[in-house]
Design a protein around this ligand. Sequence first.
Ligand SMILES: Cc1cc2nc3c(=O)[nH]c(=O)nc-3n(C[C@H](O)[C@H](O)[C@H](O)COP(=O)(O)OP(=O)(O)OC[C@H]3O[C@@H](n4cnc5c(N)ncnc54)[C@H](O)[C@@H]3O)c2cc1C
Length: 471
Amino acid sequence: MSTMQTDVKKATTLKIEAIAALRTKIRGDIIQPGDPQYEQARKVYNAMIDKRPILIVRPVDVADISSAIGFGHEQGLDVAVRGGAHNGPGFGTVEGGLVIDLSRLRGIRVDPDAKTVRVEGGALWGDVDHATYPFGLAVPAGFLSTTGVGGLTLGGGSGYLSRRYGLTIDNLLSVDMVLADGCFVTADKEHNEDLFWAVRGGGGNFGIVTSFLFRANPVSSVYGGPMFWPMEEASEMLHYWQDLIMKAPEELYGFFGLGAVPPAPPFPEKYHGQNMGYIQWCYTGPLEKAEQIFKPIREHRTPAIDFAGPITMPAINSMFDGLYPAGLQWYWQADFFRHYDDAAIDELINAGKKMPTVFSNIHLYPINGAAGRVGPHDTAWAYRDANFSQVIVAVDPDPANNERITRWAKETWSALHPSSAGGAYLNFKMDEGEATVKAGLGENYIRLAQIKAKYDPSNFFHINQNIRPKA
Ligand SMILES: Cc1cc2nc3c(=O)[nH]c(=O)nc-3n(C[C@H](O)[C@H](O)[C@H](O)COP(=O)(O)OP(=O)(O)OC[C@H]3O[C@@H](n4cnc5c(N)ncnc54)[C@H](O)[C@@H]3O)c2cc1C
């Protein structure tokens, strides 16, 4: 019997009256194995994840979400919630269970006077950028426009604006949510304050966020883009960058990367596929000052490739989209760092020289500045004293390379982990279980487990970086 026939049989045992009854309650889509859209609908961004849910519901409103949650309880199904489907371990899907896919909930409303933006739970960051840019506003987000607002925000969210305006959660003002019992609540500083604290870093453990209200900041055009240096200069540039970014004005953001020059225009052909060190810049200060800011950097060591210049915020936020389309194989590893000593820098350069594929890279994201000024217990994100969030991504289109790329990422992580701060940003981790979740949330884990016990005592929302309820 083929996989598809098995699914159809499972769904048949589940459905008939139950699914017919669900259809009377849901205005959105209900997709089952065997339906023409099923094969596409079950896919997530990371093609290393290949799961076959028994049912996919795409709600169009809060009532649909509440009914889908009720159906999950009634049928005893494992339930995965999907925002933008970008999650590395593929928490946006589940084998044999129910997927609540929020992709039809992408409405956005900007309030230019209040400088806020309300974003529905299934929106992507490109949707937000598109809506806020005409008003000269931006919400701190990540480095791709195709990432979901839901998963990125609930995990914390670091990106180009972190040093200036904080993490994404530091700009979150309020959430509307449907809880595990189907109830609808608002959480902010005045209402359900414990829940509001928990969703700012605790992931999708506490319920389904139907809409986020963010503060939007005055950012429109910036000065940014990559500068590359040959591998022989990468170690020296990494030392230079670390010193610079620890002292630089908060308008200046630049993450350090190790990886191959993409083998395509506009990159000069002689560098195609060559492993190099690079800094991806984003300066949000006055544009007329930008050349002056970058002059000493360019003079320190002339970059081999220099694409930094004036660019709009939506353009820089989507600069990597084309390099990383959905459907590649991804293995992630990560850690927070307070400082890179000489030995750690040597390990990084070593790993950079052994980069397994042109798609793979190591990125060191600064999280000092405004993100570091928030207290470690003010939100669920515990590592406010770390200065860098490091990610090691092993990526390739060909599944035949999975073992090789995964081995490189694991070996690199093992060599660097002893000099890390101890835990990692959980949005950059695979599904490694409780010890990793505890390490990532640090001292805040105990309070998070108590809040989980209050809002989701049966651990209904467990397809995630799971916090087990503990009163
Ligand atoms: C190419 C790439 C680049 C990235 N760059 C960055 C970056 O620059 N900065 C950064 O901080 N992170 C970055 N990430 C990591 C990203 O934050 C996580 O992968 C995140 O989980 C993606 O969210 P999503 O909604 O797209 O994912 P999904 O797979 O849809 O969901 C991830 C998790 O969030 C939960 N969830 C999603 N939406 C909701 C909701 N509305 N309510 C409740 N739970 C929800 C899901 O249940 C799941 O547990 C990147 C990821 C990729 C693949």
